[in-house]
Design a protein around this ligand. Structure first.
Ligand code: GLN
Length: 187
């Protein structure tokens, strides 16, 4: 199994460290030829979604990844990565892959509460969840499974082969990456 990690901006290296520790091969996607190579799963990291959206198009990676996601490549988006996948951004006017049947609100916790740590259950394990200027998943379509909540807000969800967390699991735990690996294997 080989996982591609989008590495044009943001917190991609931490994902690689987690995958290394789990013995899973991974590589960084920085240009079109990386995106065109063969791999079994894709990670869209946290960072700045507007910048990533722009770079994806400037580097001519966008169409290649969009096609792969649309044809069922398993994808795991964290924080800004969730925004890139969502069909609707409530408080902004850009869209990227539009593949996940969710609506998000960017920077939804405001400035005061821009960053915080929570502890909640994900797939029967209690894990630490780091939120950094995180979005909220404000609506989910019929086929979307909610995997975790913090104070009632959806913080992890799955739309078929797309896994999404509004927090940064790569900073605290390997539990969500293990779930993603199982998700890839199950296909
Ligand atoms: N605030 C960022 C955005 O809207 C997301 C932050 C993050 O990925 N940690 O794109």
């Amino acid at each position: 199994m080989k996982i591609g990690i989008l590495a044009v901006q943001g917190a991609f290296i931490e994902h690689k460290h987690i995958l290394d520790s789990l013995g899973i091969e991974s590589f960084e996607i920085r240009q079109k030829k990386d995106a065109m190579s063969d791999f079994d799963g894709l990670i869209l990291p946290g960072g700045e979604s507007t910048v990533m959206n722009k770079l994806l198009r400037e580097l001519d990676i966008f169409e290649t990844l969009k096609k792969k996601i649309n044809s069922g490549l398993p994808v795991f988006g964290t924080c800004a990565g969730v925004i890139l996948l969502s069909k609707k951004v409530k408080n902004d006017n850009f869209l990227c892959f539009e593949s996940a049947d969710i609506e998000v609100e960017r920077n939804a916790y405001g400035r005061q509460l821009g960053s915080f740590l929570a502890k909640e259950e994900f797939n029967d394990s209690e894990i630490k969840m780091s939120f950094i200027r995180a979005p909220k998943i404000t609506k989910t379509g019929k086929g979307v499974e909610v995997l975790a909540r913090v104070n009632g807000d959806i913080v992890a969800a799955r739309d078929k082969k797309q896994l999404m967390t509004t927090f940064h699991p790569e900073l605290n735990t390997d539990i969500v990456h293990k779930y993603f690996i199982e998700m890839i294997k199950g296909i």
